[in-house]
Design a binder for this molecule. Sequence first.
Ligand code: MF3
Ligand code: CO
Ligand code: CO
Length: 266
Amino acid sequence: MTIQIKSPEDIEKMRIAGRLAAEVLDFITPHVKPGVSTEALDRLCHDFMVKVQKAVPAPLNYAPPGYQPYPKSICTSINHQVCHGIPGEKQLKHGDIVNIDITVIKDGYHGDTSRMFCVGEPSIQARRLCEITYECMWLGIETVKAGAHLGDIGAAIQKHAESHGYSVVREFCGHGIGRKFHEEPQVLHYGRPGTGITLQSGMIFTIEPMINAGKPAIRELSDGWTIVTKDHSLSAQWEHTVLVTDTGHQVLTLSAGAPARPAPAS
Ligand code: MF3
Ligand code: CO
Ligand code: CO
C-alpha cells in the first residue's frame, strides 16, 4: 500500500513500454475511419503488439476484483461512452469521437496511453470537448514535479474543465503503474491545490482525465465494463504515463505521431 519509487533500471524499462504503447496508437491512426468496426481495430492492434512489438496487450483477460475478465486487447469508447468500451461489430460512423486506450506489457513493465480520434468531421462541440480535454491532461501533467502535491494535478484539470462548462468524472482516476497495471497512488482528476501526498522523484503514474460535456454522473453497462454518461452527453479522455523528476516530469508515452503539447495559454 505504499507508492513505489522506481529505480533507474525500472525507469528504462518503463520508457520502452511507454513508447511502445504510444506507437500502437500511431499504428492504428490511419485505420480509424468511417465503416471500420472497433473489433477490426482491436485485431489490428492485438496483432501489432504481439507480432511486431513482441509485447503483451495488458487488457486481455485483465480481471481486477469484482470484474469479469476483460475480453479484448484494447478499449474503444465512442461518443457518450466514458471508458472501458469493449470492441465489437459496431462500425465507426462519420461524426463519431472515439477514445482508443492502449496498455502494453514489455519485459514485465506496463505503458498506458490513450488518445481521442475524430471520425470524419464531428460537430464543433465534439471537437471542442476533445481539445479542452487534451488541454486538461496537459495542464495536469505540467503541475508534476518533486515537491508538488497530488491534488495540484486534479485541481488544474478540474479548473480548466469546469471553466468551459464541462464536468470531471469522479469514479475513475489515474494510477501508479509499473510491473502492475494499476498501482498506488490514485490520481484524482479533481481536487484542491496543496492537498494529497507529496510527489517524489521516481514515481510513475498515469494522468487520464475523463471529461463530460454534460453532468458528471456515469453508469456501467450490463457487459460489466463499458462506462457511459448517465445523461448521454459526450465524453472525452486522453492519457499519458508520467515520470516525476526533481526538476519536473518526463512523459513516457510519447511517439513520432503523438499530437503536440498545446501552446501555453497567453
Ligand atoms: N487502460 C485503462 C486505464 O487507463 C484500463 C483498462 S482496464 C481494461 O487504466 F481491462 F478495460 F482494459
Ligand atoms: Co490508465
Ligand atoms: Co489506459
